[in-house]
Design a binder for this molecule. Structure first.
Ligand code: SF4
Ligand code: SF4
Length: 170
């Protein structure tokens, strides 16, 4: 698996190929089979990966909170919801996003200071175990530029589909 600090550079080298692979999948992949492939890779690769040694997602994305999550995290931090929102949240296109990056709840050891009530979006990232991945390939490509596990998934999938060879033929 690639080092977390080297993902962005590695992604830049294969970016064009990855976008071509997305187009190829859109035209040729079976939706259910692709979901199964992502799910298997997700389970295999995350099963022994220690995300605390990476946390690129916590550094690069703004955590997003649903209304009920704003309530629970405010209570967890013993703050009023208004106080929490005033201090930490910016509204953007109807989303309540953390107003700082890297995330201010990311701890030095890679842990999350609000772990018992961290937002579902953080828990579910990078969503590669979810259905309908064929329709989310753009966000998967974006994730491959920061997440070493997603980067590896795409490299493996390209091999499974024999994509590099196909690309060279055309
Ligand atoms: S989900 Fe991906 S980007 Fe986030 S910590 Fe784990 S390996 Fe790193
Ligand atoms: S809330 Fe926790 S899991 Fe979510 S980005 Fe911040 S540190 Fe990472």
């Amino acid at each position: 698996m690639i080092e977390p600090s080297k993902v962005s550079e590695a992604f830049n080298r294969v970016e064009e190929e990855n976008y071509a692979f997305r187009a190829f999948l859109k035209d040729h992949a079976d939706e259910d089979k692709l979901d199964k492939q992502f799910l298997e890779l997700h389970n295999e690769l995350f099963s022994d990966y220690d995300c605390n040694k990476c946390r690129n997602c916590c550094k690069e994305y703004s955590a997003s909170f649903e209304e009920y999550e704003l309530k629970s995290v405010s209570a967890f931090l013993k703050m009023t919801e208004k106080g929490f929102k005033d201090k930490y949240i910016k509204e953007d296109l109807g989303e309540s996003l953390l107003n700082v990056k890297p995330c201010c709840f990311l701890m030095e050891d890679g842990g999350c200071a609000i772990k018992p009530c961290k937002p579902l979006n953080c828990k579910d990232y990078p969503f590669t175990n979810k259905p309908e991945r064929l329709w989310s390939l753009l966000s998967i490509l974006t994730s491959a530029s920061i997440c070493p596990v997603v980067f590896e998934m795409l490299e493996r999938l390209k091999k499974e589909y024999g994509f590099t060879k196909r690309r060279r033929r055309y």
